[in-house]
Ligand binder design. Structure first.
Ligand SMILES: Nc1ncnc2c1ncn2[C@@H]1O[C@H](COP(=O)(O)OP(=O)(O)OP(=O)(O)O)[C@@H](O)[C@H]1O
Ligand SMILES: [Mg+2]
Length: 291
C-alpha cells in the first residue's frame, strides 16, 4: 500500500492513494457539505427505552414546522426505527435522484429512516456499531436534505454507538434534549444520558419529563401515577434546564399509531408541549449567543 501522511488533504498522491483514511476524509467532507445547509441539529436522547423519545422527536418536528420552520427528521435508531410509523409514512421506500437519496415527505417534513430500506415492518436489522455508524453517516452525507432550519435526530435508548456517531459526525451539533419519565429508575438512567452528553461537550438544551401524571379525562385533575417532579429535581441537581412535563395522555398512543402527532390535535399533551418547544428555542438562542 502506498504510504500516505495522516492528512490526505495535503497528500501528493491523492488520486492513487489507497489509505482508508482518504475515503473516510472524503465521506466526512460529504457530511459537512450537506449538514452545512442545516441551521440547527438537535438530538433527542434518553438513558432508558420507551420513555417517549420518538414521540418527542416527531412532535417537536411538527411543532417547529407549524411555526414556519423547514424541518427534517433523521431516525438514528437503526435497529428499532419508529419515526416512520409515527409520521404515517412507514410504507414509503427510499428513492434516488440526481442530488442523492430523496428524503420521504410527511406532510412537508423531510424524513429519513432505516424503516424505508427494510422489506417489511417486521424485518430486523442486526448490525454491529460500525455498520450503524456507516448508515447514520450515509443518512447525513447522501440524503438530499436541501436547506433546513432544523434537523431533529431521534436516538435509540442508552449511551452507546449511535449518540457517539452523531456527535462525531456533527461537530456543530446544536444540542441534546433528554427525555425521562418520573420513575426513579428512568431518572437514574437519564442522569447517565446527561453525563454522556456533557462528556461529549454537546450543549444540553434540557430535560423533558414525559408521562408525568395522568390528566383525568372526566374532571381534568392530574393523577400522579408515578411520583412526578423528579425530572425537574434531576435537572436542578445536574445544572441542566428543565424544559417541562408532558402528562400521560390516553390520546397520544392511538394518534401515534395512526401517524398523527399529538400537537396536530387539541390534546392535553399539546398544551404542555408548547412550553417544551419554547424552552428549546430559548436555550438554542442562549447557546448561540454564548458560542
Ligand atoms: N405522554 C404520553 N402519553 C401517553 N402515551 C405516550 C406518551 N409519550 C409516549 N407515549 C407512548 O409510549 C410508547 C413509547 O413511546 P416512544 O416510542 O416515543 O418511546 P421511545 O423512548 O422512543 O422508545 P424506544 O426507546 O423504544 O425508542 C408509544 O406507544 C407512545 O405512543
Ligand atoms: Mg424511539
Amino acid at each position: 500500500m502506498e504510504e500516505c501522511d495522516s492528512n490526505c488533504e495535503s497528500c501528493a498522491t491523492k488520486e492513487t492513494c489507497t489509505d482508508p483514511r482518504k475515503e473516510m476524509n472524503e465521506q466526512l467532507a460529504a457530511v459537512s457539505l450537506r449538514m452545512a445547509r442545516v441551521k440547527h441539529k438537535i438530538m433527542v436522547a434518553s438513558g432508558k427505552g420507551g420513555v417517549g423519545k420518538s414521540t418527542v422527536t416527531v412532535n417537536l418536528a411538527r411543532a417547529l414546522q407549524s411555526r414556519g420552520y423547514r424541518v427534517g427528521v433523521l431516525d438514528a435508531d437503526i435497529t428499532g426505527p419508529s419515526v416512520a410509523k409515527l409520521l404515517g409514512v412507514e410504507s414509503a421506500r427510499l428513492t434516488g435522484g440526481p442530488e442523492g437519496i430523496e428524503p420521504v415527505d410527511s406532510k412537508g417534513l423531510k424524513v429519513i429512516s432505516m424503516a424505508f430500506a427494510l422489506s417489511g415492518t417486521d424485518s430486523a436489522v442486526v448490525w454491529r456499531g460500525p455498520m450503524k455508524m456507516a448508515a447514520i453517516k450515509q443518512f447525513m452525507s447522501d440524503v438530499n436534505w436541501g436547506d433546513l432550519d432544523f434537523l431533529i435526530i431521534d436516538l435509540p435508548p442508552g449511551t452507546s454507538d449511535e449518540p457517539l456517531s452523531v456527535v462525531q459526525l456533527l461537530p456543530d451539533l446544536s444540542g441534546a434534549v433528554i427525555v425521562t419519565t418520573p420513575q426513579e429508575v428512568a431518572l437514574l438512567d437519564s442522569r447517565k444520558a446527561v453525563n454522556m452528553v456533557k462528556s461529549m461537550k454537546v450543549p444540553l438544551l434540557g430535560i423533558v419529563e414525559n408521562m408525568s401524571g395522568l390528566r383525568c379525562p372526566h374532571c381534568g385533575e392530574i393523577l400522579e401515577i408515578f411520583k412526578t417532579g423528579g425530572g425537574k429535581r434531576a435537572a436542578e441537581e445536574l445544572g441542566v434546564p428543565f424544559l417541562g412535563a408532558i402528562p400521560l395522555d390516553p390520546e397520544v398512543a392511538p394518534l401515534g399509531d395512526s401517524g398523527v402527532a399529538f400537537v396536530e390535535k387539541e390534546t392535553a399533551a399539546k398544551e404542555s408541549f408548547v412550553k417544551v418547544v419554547n424552552g428549546i428555542l430559548d436555550e438554542l438562542e442562549k447557546t448561540q449567543k454564548a458560542g
